[in-house]
Ligand binder design. Sequence first.
Ligand code: CAA
Length: 394
Amino acid sequence: MADGVTDMTGSASDLLVELPEDLRLIQQTARDFAEREVAPRALELDQTGQFPHESMKKMAELGFLGLLIPEEYGGSAIGNVGLSIILEEINRACASTGVTLSVHNSLASSPIARFGTDALKQKYLPRMATGELLGAYAITEPGAGSDAAAISTTIRKESGKYIINGRKAWITNGGEADVLIIFATLDKSLRSKGICAFVVEKDFPGFQVGKKEEKLGIKASNCVQLVFEEMEIPEENLLGEEGKGFIVAMDTLDGGRIGIAAQAVGIARACLDASLKYSKERTQFDKPISKFQAIQWKLANMAMEMDASRLLMYRAAILRDRGQAHTLESSMAKLFASEMANRAAREAVQIHGGWGYCKEFHVERYYRDAKITEIYEGTSEIQRIVISRELLNR
Ligand code: CAA
């Protein structure tokens, strides 16, 4: 018997702080949808690596693709708290679907909404809100991961166009996206001060999708290399100012990291719910294993750490929605939640014993899916650098 991923009864999230009515409605909608549409597909997507087209289409119908897009451009502008709530629910069911949604909202549509000209917003946001256009964000390169300012994709300006050459790596949604936020440099020696951000369409001449990565987890999330060969970008697709693209990149990641915190909380909740259920059902030494303190302590730690992560996530999201500084809070939420999710997944596998190591029980997938939360959108090591810099510079 599988571990009841769709059974939300007595879900650990019900122990939480009460949300305002509108957010509770959003949560319920997302939870129902995740239970009905996302969870039943998760195992198959994990096995086949197929992109979650169907769920994305349905989430577009629910308005989940325009959560950070202002209403005047066709979105719902629900904001980062609402987005986090939705992402927790979707990720609880399927982390591949969750990150696809997170990247589209927080890494692709959000920077256009925050830094784009009215013309750029008009051109892209309404169609991103409806799901006609899927978004991605491309900063990382084979030689520039944690050191994001070291990118070597270059730009030159020629007769009213930017011409770009270079290669990007590990780009989530990259092979499926219609619109991508990409970063390139005017002069690598300028580091962050030479970087420009652009809105790029997959049909721009010179844009190519390269190798698709085979991953440990989030197998249905599309992750590819991108190659730009003399790719032409219209001047008006510059996002923000020339040479200020690194600020666009960092500000966007301040938001995206809240989404990864939500993903981690969602995975942890799936781990806890599965562990609560299994430990009550599994009998050893003539009693359910939930009667043993060794198991009870694991469950207690999982619940406590998950709740703490969610509160850090809410704090960061509230600050971002209010337009207040939140770099430190986003990094703390992402760091704490991602490490917590990995501990939760490890304990969930341990509680499930041999079954935890087999694919019939979803905790095996949660264990593999959790790992990436400590890596993408800034590794745990980078989050500690961001947090300590913020503390020391205040
Ligand atoms: N908001 C706005 N501006 C910011 C900022 C922020 N959060 N953080 C830095 N900046 C500005 C700084 O103020 C500075 O501007 P000035 O020069 O005008 O003062 C400029 O950016 C350069 O900042 P730093 O000197 O701090 O830059 P750095 O080279 O030391 O790097 C870093 C900082 C935090 C390590 C950064 O490189 C970083 O975040 N690295 C990790 C990269 C990352 O997270 N990649 C994830 C890729 S996307 C992804 O993973 C998506 C996915 O698959 C799902």
